[in-house]
Design a protein around this ligand. Structure first.
Ligand SMILES: [Mg+2]
Length: 354
């Protein structure tokens, strides 16, 4: 995400301050506009919005006033917003604040202990647009902080809702061996190396407004080979490398468990895809899951969509063993992501004209 923060609206004691720093450390491009910037090396700080360049902000973030945030969104060409509010803010909202709320796809962040109070004040404001901060633990600038996770998903949900209420086909894609060179338990951001044709393929999907969602098994965490922060540093590097090539990922979902842990999120389990489907309004039956392992393709079929194998990474070897594999045969097989992306678009177009 490309995020611009209305700095003057953010309270000095807000959870948002640390969470925005952590969000930037997760690889999102966060620009703090105006006063009160926290000391955070990952943030870009500008003194006024005259320094914002076109395209710097997909999402605006601020506190207190929906009207002020909607105005910034219009001025900064952003598509959606995140608004941290307290019950005292909401209690003072009149017609214009509610108009601001209605004009922008907003997700509102509120403190957990104010949840009930806000619910009574919200009136006819839809509760699905309210998100509760986690209040366990202190605010943290670490990329693995629960607040950063919450902010990331709330922002992605807000952006997805800008695209309208219709559910749409999503391009779910594996990371290692599919987007980047397979290194085996990659824990060093310096090892992020895009496979040939990947950036062009994702740019093509993005130009056609296809949500691109990475779904990755990172069992190295569960096996004790590296930590969550190491994984997030690699994911942050992936976001930055792709942004340098004009691609913004719609979302990243990770299973940290080892095989045999009994979780439902590890592919071919579909929990992550179902969570992503809710955030990104995915139409699973027409979505694809693309990866370099047969279990990636099996995940696509298990979600009720299309399971696709690419011959990069482990893919060519996996294809050879497909006949006797417990995961079964993939629905489609392609040499690489470029061919898979082109075929996805062709299938979507066929759907539109059917
Ligand atoms: Mg893989």
């Amino acid at each position: 995400m490309k995020v611009a923060v209305h700095g003057a609206s953010v309270r000095p004691d807000s959870r948002l301050r640390a969470a925005l720093c952590a969000l930037a450390r997760r690889g999102h491009a966060v620009t703090w506009v105006g006063a009160n910037a926290p000391a955070c090396d990952a943030l870009r700080v500008v003194s006024s919005d005259r320094e914002l360049r076109p395209g710097d902000a997909d999402l605006v973030v601020g506190e207190r006033s929906a009207l002020a945030l909607a105005w910034r969104a219009w001025r900064w060409h952003a598509r959606a917003g995140l608004l941290a509010i307290r019950a005292t803010d909401l209690a003072g909202w009149g017609f214009f604040e509610r108009w601001g709320w209605d004009t922008l796809p907003l997700q509102a962040l509120i403190e957990e202990h104010e949840g009930e109070h806000v619910r009574t004040l919200a009136g006819d404001l839809p509760l699905e647009r309210f998100v509760l901060w986690h209040t366990e633990g202190n605010p943290s600038e670490r990329p693995s902080s629960p607040d950063a996770e919450l902010l990331e998903h709330a922002g992605e949900r807000a952006l997805a809702r800008h695209a309208g209420p219709m559910r749409r086909p999503v391009f779910f894609v594996d990371r290692d061996g599919t987007l980047i060179v397979e290194h085996g338990y990659l824990a060093d951001p310096a090892g992020v190396e895009l496979l040939p044709g990947v950036a062009d393929a994702l740019r093509l999907l993005q130009a056609e407004r296809v949500p691109i969602v990475v779904v990755s098994n990172q069992s190295g965490i569960g096996r004790g080979k590296f930590g969550v922060d190491d994984m997030l540093a690699v994911m942050a590097r992936l976001r930055v490398v792709l942004r340098e090539r004009g691609v913004e990922l719609s979302g990243i979902y990770v299973c940290p468990h080892a095989p045999g842990a009994g979780c439902a999120c590890r592919k071919p389990g579909t929990e992550l895809l179902e969570r992503a489907a809710d955030d990104h309004q995915a139409l699973l039956a027409h979505s694809w899951m693309v990866g370099d392992k047969l279990l990636d393709a099996a995940t696509g079929r298990a979600m009720g969509g299309t399971g696709v194998l690419v011959r990069t990474g482990y893919g060519a070897k996996e294809e050879e063993g497909a006949a006797g594999s417990e995961w079964g045969r993939p629905d489609r097989v392609f040499d690489g992501l470029a061919q898979a992306a082109a075929a996805f678009l062709a299938s979507r177009d066929a759907l539109d004209t059917a």
